[in-house]
Design a binder for this molecule. Structure first.
Ligand SMILES: [Zn+2]
Length: 94
């Protein structure tokens, strides 16, 4: 059982921070460092990583699976994780 309300509370705060340009102000490196600390807080409170970054991951281009920057985001998942989850050979199999 996951702490969904805790996850979405963090998610709403991340949206507010995005609205107030906090992530642009601190830059990509500090944003990633900050998010890793957020992830740890979420872990301690039994939150769900996907819910914490829901929607905001596409805006920040931070993958909700690996929590790293991606170039091509697919519903919050970076191209590297997409390739791991859905290898190209499986897509082309017929
Ligand atoms: Zn990823």
């Amino acid at each position: 059982m996951s702490n969904h309300s805790g996850s979405y509370l963090i998610n709403e705060i991340l949206y507010l921070m995005q609205k107030y340009n906090v992530f642009d102000s601190i830059g990509k490196e500090k944003t990633l460092s900050f998010l890793n600390e957020v992830k740890w807080i979420g872990y301690k409170h039994d939150c769900n990583n996907g819910e914490i970054l829901e929607g905001i991951s596409d805006q920040l281009k931070v993958c909700y699976i690996c929590w790293e920057y991606g170039n091509e985001m697919n519903d919050g998942i970076c191209e590297t994780c997409v390739a791991k989850l859905w290898p190209p050979e499986e897509k082309n199999a017929d």
